[in-house]
Design a protein around this ligand. Sequence first.
Ligand SMILES: [Zn+2]
Length: 153
Amino acid sequence: MPETAFRFPCSDELGHGYYIAQGFQDSIHGDGAHLGLDINGLGGGNSDLGDTIYSIGDGIVANTYDTDYLSIYYKYKGKVVKALYYHCKDIFPKAGDFVSKGEAIATIGNSDGMYLAHLHFELMKDTSIDAGFYGFPEGKFYDPIDVLPFYNK
Ligand SMILES: [Zn+2]
């Protein structure tokens, strides 16, 4: 699996037209943990429902769950990491598939109306973790905003 410079998962490489509605927080104290970014279209509400989600790099699909999430292995700084794309409406690849940077892998969903449409994106240093992690997350995740290119940071 080659290491590629990452792109933003929505819109163009720099994510124009999107904003970070909720940032990363890996402390379980205070307001609680949020182990990824909530990425929303600037139009707000469900304006981004069905928008395309692109693979941030060249990778291999680890897992897919119904139409809700998929996780993909990538190489970053010489190590394997795992990205999780959550609340998807449609998911295109299957576990074990190779995906290339910029390939359409899913569309933005709203978990059957549980949320307003958005992409919840996580990047795990510890690849043994999968969706719905509970416990002590400190040090097991990257803050994706430190890793992804974004026009507004
Ligand atoms: Zn979230």
